[in-house]
Design a protein around this ligand. Structure first.
Ligand SMILES: NC(=O)c1ccc[n+]([C@@H]2O[C@H](COP(=O)([O-])OP(=O)(O)OC[C@H]3O[C@@H](n4cnc5c(N)ncnc54)[C@H](OP(=O)(O)O)[C@@H]3O)[C@@H](O)[C@H]2O)c1
Length: 343
């Protein structure tokens, strides 16, 4: 399929505050539970009082995780074995997919299993191509919520943009997301996601998502709040935020920039700063958030979304971004951030 020719359709969201009480009392499943991000999410969910169902393809590694979290239910399941996937999602309220890289296609077998089981589905895909295809191609079962890209890349920019956008005339001229990291040691899953992306970059220009490849990435400078200050940034950064923002905040263009300090400069603890501006004419709003460890923060984002979902606080069913499903400012204030400036 030629991705550049894919249109971006926004499926109707059914706004609702009603969720079945019986469903809220069921456990949450984590698929890819023993990967780096999966383990962080299992820890986060336990901290929040859940005992998640642990799933993934390697029974031995799941068993080791059960030893760390005694009493956990482990359900080995291979993505290409529908019966195993069905067993893994029996009597759960929601599944969070942490198994990556997510590749070029949406994680179809887990999405399909979630539809068969009638459970909510979240994933931490950071790949813009994957998020685009999930929003475009997947049709959830009635009454369930599907939130792709509930990770640092995909959710934080979307949450900040929703806050920055409030009060701006619609459509805006430009939404920009700029991310600064003082260092980044990608996990095997993140590394492999970059390889699979093969230089393709999802961009949003003149009101349309598109895929660029074979042209050099643009470079520029961005004035971040302290401690980063002015930094060189790479443009057309293909974060899933481009897709999540494009879905519900009308704008002419979306820019995504990243600065990653050279490994030599990196501190031992990863720090991030994400800034979003929304511009219309000569006016602009600017909001930002700073915190630590983009993988741990992704687990916090997914954990917060799960808690809100199970408390019945979602405003939507169907496909939604995290800020379509929940109040963005309130959600941001609940996250473990070092600083948050919402203007
Ligand atoms: N949006 C964001 O900001 C964000 C944040 C964190 C992570 N992520 C993404 O999440 C993914 C996982 O990251 P990670 O840091 O946890 O990587 P990781 O430590 O390499 O773990 C990857 C996990 O995925 C599983 N997996 C991979 N291919 C699979 C397959 N075909 N079937 C079943 N399980 C499979 C692995 O199981 P095996 O060991 O059995 O292969 C492992 O549990 C990556 O794609 C990463 O980019 C995104």
């Amino acid at each position: 399929m030629n991705l550049a020719k894919l249109s971006f359709t926004t499926l109707p969201i059914i706004w609702t505050g009603r969720h079945s009480r019986a469903m809220q009392s069921l456990p949450v499943a984590v698929y890819g539970a023993y990967g780096h991000t999966g383990r962080l999410l299992v820890k986060e969910l336990n901290r929040r009082g859940h005992l998640p169902v642990l799933s993934g393809r390697d029974a031995r590694r799941l068993k080791a995780l059960v030893d760390e979290y005694p009493g956990s239910d482990m359900r080995p399941a291979s993505l290409d074995a529908p019966a195993e996937m069905d067993r893994a999602l029996t009597d759960v309220a929601a599944v969070v997919n942490c198994a990556g890289p997510f590749g070029d296609t949406p994680p179809a077998s887990l999405l399909d299993a979630s539809r068969r089981a009638g459970v909510h589905y979240l994933d931490v895909a950071g790949e813009a191509l994957v998020a685009w295809r999930t929003f475009n191609d997947f049709r959830p079962s009635d009454g369930t919520l599907v939130i792709p890209a509930v990770g640092f890349f995909g959710a934080l920019g979307d949450l900040l943009a929703s806050v920055a956008y409030a009060g701006a005339p619609s459509p805006a001229d430009e939404v920009s997301v700029a991310i600064a990291l003082n260092g980044w040691t990608p996990t095997a899953g993140s590394d492999r996601a970059g390889v699979l992306r093969a230089g393709r970059r999802v961009v949003y220009v003149d009101g349309h998502l598109d895929v660029r490849a074979g042209t050099p990435e643009p470079f520029g400078k961005w004035q971040f709040p302290p401690p980063f200050g002015q930094r060189e940034v790479t443009g057309e950064f293909p974060t899933a935020d481009v897709v999540t923002i494009a879905r519900h905040l009308p704008t002419q263009d979306i820019n995504a920039y990243i600065h990653v300090q050279s490994p030599g400069e990196a501190a031992s603890t990863q720090r991030f700063l994400a800034e979003v501006t929304v511009r219309w004419g000569k006016q602009q709003t600017r909001v930002w958030a700073a915190g630590r460890d983009i993988y741990g923060f992704s687990a916090a984002l997914a954990g917060e979304a799960i808690d809100r979902l199970l408390r019945g606080e979602s405003r939507a069913t169907g496909l939604a971004t995290v800020s379509e499903a929940f109040d963005a400012a309130d959600f941001l204030r609940a996250l473990p951030l070092d600083s948050l400036e919402l203007g």
